[in-house]
Design a protein around this ligand. Structure first.
Ligand SMILES: [Zn+2]
Ligand SMILES: [Zn+2]
Ligand SMILES: [Zn+2]
Length: 350
């Protein structure tokens, strides 16, 4: 800006800037105090309208007045932060995440191909579900008391409770009015039976409630209480602990990454807005200087008016708010970097 400033500044401006004594407008010898004052003001004017100063480290070099659309930060998938053993049931090709767990499932249910597949899919219409493992049957037309109680524990009692009393000696059967609910009730009864098999191998099996359409598939994990009670399972228990520690660590690192991304985006936005604010501020300063010099005002008068304008600009609430935003994002970033170090030390066992 210094070049164009010299275009509209008084002719002696360049000499004043260089510190050369310039005779007063009224004639006579230059006064020493006056030289210093004019020199200071000239330099202040140059600095205040300087767009390129290296002192302004807090700004981006963006030249557009519009904040660019930030591409959304990729987090691989919506569930990327979930521990792998929970996420795994969403992956069709690999239903059971841990090889040891898969072994335990095979040991408990060697005849069941995929314990997470819906059992109702293999039941013929009006048919009976048979456990491939022990040939235990579940007959939708003739529920046992235990089966009726299990369904009631999810659906309660009343018109939409999934079961009804037949006119055959008061037997309880699954209600077929809602075929989707009927299928989910079969799943529930069959999965609950398979869960009993899995429990013998210290595996906990959970499955979605039959109450509404499934939001997720079934899941498996070690029954840690049970693992603890058996000495022969101890090495496995230790392995499971290590696996969980790693899953927790990965989850924490995911969280750190996400929070630092949030802070970075906040910081970037605040800096962008500050840059725009500064561009407007400098334009206003240039206009003032140009107008005053154009009206024949002295370097000192113009400098004093500029000091006043700069002071006003520095205390604008909009600017202070932007600086607060920037500081908040900065401290958020620092906090999560510290948290990351702390978690890393914990994971490494210090
Ligand atoms: Zn989530
Ligand atoms: Zn069975
Ligand atoms: Zn950026």
């Amino acid at each position: 800006m210094a070049e164009s400033l010299l275009d509209y500044a008084p002719p002696e401006f360049a000499r004043v800037l260089a510190g050369e004594p310039v005779p007063p407008a009224g004639g006579g010898e230059p006064v020493r105090a006056e030289i210093a004052r004019t020199f200071t003001m000239a330099n202040f004017i140059v600095a205040a309208v300087d767009s390129y100063s290296a002192d302004w480290t807090d700004y981006t070099n963006a030249s557009s007045a519009h904040y660019p659309a930030t591409p959304s930060v990729s987090l691989e998938a919506a569930d990327a932060h979930l521990p792998s053993y929970i996420r795994a049931d969403l992956e069709a090709d690999r239903m059971i995440p841990d090889e040891r767990l898969a072994e335990a499932v095979r040991a408990a249910l060697p005849s069941v191909g995929n314990v997470c597949a819906r059992p109702s899919a293999s039941v013929p219409e009006m048919g009976v579900w048979t456990c491939p493992e022990c040939a235990h049957t579940i007959d939708p037309m003739e529920l046992t008391i235990g089966e009726a109680v299990l369904i009631a524990s999810y659906l309660g009692v009343g018109p939409d409770c999934g079961v009804r009393e037949t006119d055959r000696d008061g037997l309880i059967e699954l209600d077929r009015d809602n075929p989707w609910l009927f299928m989910r009730c079969i799943d529930c009864l069959a999965w609950s039976h398979l869960a009993e098999h899995l429990a013998t191998q210290c595996v906990t099996f959970w499955f979605p409630s039959p109450v509404s359409a499934y939001q997720s598939g079934p899941g498996l994990w070690w029954d840690q209480e049970r693992l603890l009670t058996r000495a022969t399972w101890l090495p496995l228990r230790t392995e499971v602990d290590a696996l969980e520690r790693t899953a927790q660590y990965n989850f924490r690192m995911w969280k750190v990454k996400k929070m630092i991304d949030v802070a970075d985006r906040g910081l970037h936005a605040a800096r962008f807005q500050l840059t725009r604010w500064r561009r407007d501020a400098i334009a206003a300063r240039e206009t003032l200087v140009r107008t005053m010099f154009g009206a024949g005002r002295s370097i000192v008068d113009t400098g004093l008016a500029l000091v006043h304008l700069v002071e006003q600009q520095e205390t604008e609430p909009a600017r202070q708010r932007l600086q607060e935003d920037r500081d908040t994002s900065r401290s958020l970033r620092r906090t999560w970097l510290r948290q990351k170090e702390r978690w890393a030390r914990m994971y490494l066992g210090n």
